[in-house]
Design a protein around this ligand. Structure first.
Ligand code: AMP
Length: 303
């Protein structure tokens, strides 16, 4: 189950642009996660949302029945990427119906074992967490907008999640440490047992207090739109863990590879189109490519 933004995105990259396209953390997460597990979504949309487009995605195994429809404007986000796609500027964030949203989980959803608190107001993330009974794993994401605007609420939430999954810029901003390893340690001292730090085309780290594991990014020759890569990573990470129904350390490492694979699909197209034509077999092939990319044959004794 995921709670997060269900948005209309307008994105500008050096390679093209979109206007009011399907987006939001919950949408990107679900499109990726549903390739591995069924996904339930908690969120809200306004009267202007293209509901038919969401309904089309339901056939992939996404249950939108926890997304309320209310009068008003949907969440809108506008962003612009630099030429190398490494940095982005938020041009506009309009919360719309999310500003007054108070999530209420259907009774049968309260026993959900795998919960992803996608990027949205930490107060909403906390409210969903409080309605779930003893989940097996709670993973949380956030973003500069909330780190700056709702820090006390975010810090309270951190005490109660198992894994924080953020990008390097967010880890630096949250902790005040430029060094990514120090930033990770700072986060681990504030509640989460694990932290995942994504570094775009440089891969992603999984840290616990004693060890760090690293997965590279898939070497792509064409990248169109990085929007949603982080949420797709989370979808792969959680979708895998829910599918194998385990949070064992070795499964966490495999989940990192599924996360990286999903992130690599996400950036190959605008909005959610990077996933067009991607099925379970395509995911497995990309995961295998990661194994080939990183496998080191057992060493012979040196002469
Ligand atoms: P990512 O590229 O993984 O960081 O996620 C981008 C998605 O986050 C876009 O589809 C946006 O609609 C959504 N988004 C941007 N800003 C916010 C925010 N302040 N709260 C929730 N979602 C947001």
């Amino acid at each position: 189950m995921v709670v997060g933004s269900v948005a209309l995105d307008s994105v500008f990259t050096p390679f093209g642009e979109t206007a009011d396209a399907l987006g939001g953390s919950a949408v990107h997460f679900s499109v990726a996660g549903s390739l591995l597990s069924k996904v339930k979504v908690v969120g809200v949309i306004g009267s202007d949302y293209p509901v038919k487009e969401l309904e089309r995605l339901a056939s992939r195994g996404i249950d939108w029945s926890g997304v309320e429809r209310v009068d008003g404007e949907s969440f809108r986000w506008k962003g612009k990427y630099s030429y190398d796609l490494q940095s982005r500027e938020t041009l506009e964030t309009r919360l719309g119906v999310f500003a007054t949203f108070r999530p209420k989980l259907p009774e049968s959803w309260r026993d959900t074992p795998y919960l992803f608190l996608g990027n949205i107001d930490p107060e909403l993330q906390l409210s969903v967490l409080e309605q779930v009974r003893r989940p097996k794993l709670v993973v949380c994401d956030t973003m500069n907008y909330w780190i700056q605007g709702k820090r006390p609420e975010l810090m309270k939430l951190l005490e109660r999640v198992d894994v924080l999954l953020v990008n390097d810029g967010e880890a630096r901003e949250l902790s005040g440490n430029w060094n990514i390893h120090k930033a990770g340690r700072w986060i681990l001292e504030r509640g989460p047992k694990l932290v995942v730090i994504k570094q775009g085309e440089y891969g992603a780290l999984l840290m616990d207090p004693s060890r760090t594991f690293y997965v590279p990014a898939y070497p792509l020759e064409e990248v169109f739109d990085p929007t949603g890569a982080g949420d797709a990573f989370a979808g792969g990470f959680m979708g895998y863990l829910a599918r194998v129904d385990s949070v064992a350390p070795e499964q966490m490492r495999r989940a990192m590879v599924y996360g990286s694979a999903m992130g690599s699909f996400a950036v190959e197209g605008f909005d959610i189109r990077g996933f067009d034509g991607v099925d379970f077999d395509a995911v497995q092939r990309r995961v295998k490519a990661f194994v080939d990319l990183t496998h080191v044959p057992a060493a012979e004794p040196l002469p």
